[in-house]
Write a protein that binds this ligand. Structure first.
Ligand code: ATP
Length: 332
């Protein structure tokens, strides 16, 4: 039968393991050999390959992270690096690769397919949920639930102490995690990179809320938010701390900052992520079996679909503006 490989790349996301499991077991079901590539594109360049069997993916469906490990690999962004990777894949007899990762990983995947006769199919895996061609990326649902768990706990203490809490969540370029978990946790303000905001407005609203007798405010900030701070304030690494300083200065109200950080990357994948991963892995292998190339598997309107990588990588601004408005209305 055919020989294919599976790899995880870029930032890890809960759901990668159940996706690897699905790819391996589907391939075996269709009489294909499967190779695991370790450490993303670094492993491709170094020939860090390992044969995978049914048992290799036993007992991982509930685990966060990725048993194949992930990496960032600047060398793969060079033609020479990719040439070395292609040579290794050819020598191993690999005809197709399933690549699980985010935007950068899929850009690399497209180049790999363009510069060789090796076929690639991508699976969207990033808690940022910032890829085109799909409503959900693997890891997003788990990360949302992790953020919500955190906010629930913070709410308890926020109510007891009448404070403003600023919660910084991941998303350097995408505010989807902040937006959706902000809606689900009833945040008063959601600040995301896709939407300009004025920190003065935020301060004014907090002040007004306080005067109306509001006990606490939850402000959800994506780490990549465009900061609009008082002129001449030096930005720090964290928009949450910058905003906190500004609120205290303008309103005199005490604020607390919580940076959820890498908590959001970990944890056992939710039912939704496990099911999505299982379905996407299955579809990716079937596409390779059918000789398809340069596609990404996605999930739209409860169906598993596939879209060309070039189209996926072109799609920008995935923010649902109806949700932005809804979150605003519900927090008034
Ligand atoms: P996340 O969204 O979680 O950050 P990602 O897949 O976008 O995940 P990146 O660090 O952007 O993470 O990309 C992962 C790897 O993909 C890079 O380290 C590099 O090896 C490869 N890669 C990224 N962009 C390109 C590109 N333009 N051409 C070739 N390879 C690329």
């Amino acid at each position: 039968g055919k020989k294919i490989a599976v790899m995880t790349s870029g930032g890890d996301a809960p759901g990668m393991n159940p996706a690897i499991r699905s790819v391996v077991r589907t391939a075996i079901y269709y009489d294909m050999d499967v190779i695991g590539i370790k450490h993303g594109y670094s492993g491709m360049i170094e020939g860090n390959f390992e044969a995978m069997y049914r048992g290799s993916v036993a007992d991982i469906i509930h685990r966060g992270g990725t048993i194949l490990h992930s990496a960032r690999c600047p060398e793969f962004e060079t033609v020479e690096g990719r040439k070395q990777a292609i040579e290794n894949l050819k020598r191993e007899g690999i005809e197709g690769v399933v690549i699980i990762g985010g935007d950068g990983s899929l850009q690399g995947a497209e180049k790999l397919a363009e510069e060789s006769d090796i076929r690639v199919v991508g699976i969207p895996g990033t808690i940022d949920n910032d890829l085109g061609g799909t409503d959900y990326c693997l890891g997003f649902d788990t990360a949302m639930n992790t953020v919500i768990d955190g906010v629930n706990k913070i709410r308890d203490t926020a109510t007891s102490h009448e404070r403003t809490f600023i919660i910084e969540v991941m998303g350097r370029h995408s505010g989807d995690l902040a937006l959706m978990s902000g809606l689900a946790s009833g945040a008063e303000y959601i600040l995301i990179p896709e939407i300009k905001f004025s920190s003065k407005d935020v301060c004014d609203k907090i002040q007004q809320g306080y005067e109306r007798g509001k006990l606490h405010s939850i402000i959800m900030v994506a780490e990549g938010v465009d900061e609009d701070l008082k002129p001449n304030r030096k930005k720090s690494e964290s928009p949450a701390f910058d905003l906190s300083n500004e609120i205290e200065e303008r309103t005199g109200l005490e604020t607390r900052v919580i940076i959820l950080g890498h908590l959001q990357r970990g944890g056992s994948p939710t039912a939704m992520d496990r099911i999505l991963a299982s379905r996407m892995g299955f579809e990716a292998v079937k596409l390779l079996r059918d000789g398809k190339n340069k596609l990404m598997v996605g999930y739209r309107n409860h169906e598993i679909i596939s879209t060309s990588l070039s189209e996926v990588l072109k799609e920008k601004d995935k923010i649902n503006h109806e949700i932005v408005e809804l979150a605003h209305i519900l927090s008034l």
